[in-house]
Design a protein around this ligand. Sequence first.
Ligand code: AMP
Ligand code: MG
Length: 401
Amino acid sequence: MSKAPLMPVEDALDQLLGMANEQRLADSELLALDDARGRVLASDLVATLDLPPWPNSAMDGYALNLADLHRQPLKVSQKVYAGLAPDTLLPGTCARIFTGAPLPPGATCVEMQENVEVLEDGRVRFLQPLKAGQNIRAQGQENRVGDILLRAGKRLGPFELAVAAGQGLAQLHVVRRPRVALLSTGDELVEPGQPLRPGSIYNSNRVLLGHWLCELGCEVIDAGILPDRPAQTRLKLEQLQVSADLILTTGGVSAGDADCLGQVLRDNGKPLVWKLAIKPGKPLTVGHFGAVPVIGLPGNPTSALVTFGLLARPYLLRIQGVDDVMPLSFTVNAGFDWHKAGGRREYLRVRLEAGRAELYPNQSSGVLLGATWADGLVEIPENSTHNLGDPLRFIPFNELF
Ligand code: AMP
Ligand code: MG
């Protein structure tokens, strides 16, 4: 058998993002803010309000015109609570004012209540030097009407949705959900809740990826478990290609006899990615069935996790129009020695302890439990060894959701 060189992770990512750029979803839908979390903005969000809409007080205290300071103590001529419309400040007086309340026209500064003396007759003496504009939140200090607040392609989380709410928007245009057919392959698989047969195991990948896809704004078409039979595999893909934007599978992409998914993909076209220089996850296969893209993840749960997070996730965000699809990463120091250089880039489950990356003791690709213990992945570059304390790239798991 010929030993083709393995494809570097960057090349696979380039292929996937190239494919995604051609498959960007054009349709959008209007959603209530409460339903838009995790979705991607379809058009720029342009401000229709200045924020704040009027100058207001940053403190509980007293608003005055600085030009009146030489006439102190000043009489309090009005009380302005948040939510009230103030009167113009009477010359020679000050206003009692509370945080967030609109500044009375004519006032030029606010003094906090701790720095004033209230005399017995109710007049107010200012005890500290004052500056124009002090403790005033200027109109439009956050944004002006017409400013672009969020660009199309922004993923909507609590911060973005709150910004939209601050503009008074109850709905947003978001990119429609990608429809992802999720298929688990393997004769050995049984769904949780069913009795385990001799030689069978429970299907954990369907749950792992189903939830992850939802987090990424996808609509999951649950295509169940597929036995390792080429004819059934072909039939299933033919059915799924009608409704899916992407067919995402696990298992059956190695080079064994029972690995018919990879076989069917290779028979029905040229896979773009096949055999990756990554550990875990080497048998990742990417291609098309008919016109529909297929990402075939390896079956081992941790291989599926790593390849989904590093490769399928960026693809799914990009087809929704997200530009910046790469997870944030940063350098941490190894809490271990790594003396066996490997030809594949390796991703290890680690936990950060006292600033160092500590290894989960069992790094087997079949062991999923390490992911629940770990904070993320450290990357061991190809053909490299490392000593305790060496810098390594760390990708937190929460960046992958
Ligand atoms: P495969 O990629 O099909 O060769 O599978 C590799 C390993 O992952 C085998 O030990 C499978 O039993 C296991 N595996 C495959 N699919 C799943 C799944 N959906 N859930 C849990 N384990 C799986
Ligand atoms: Mg299998």
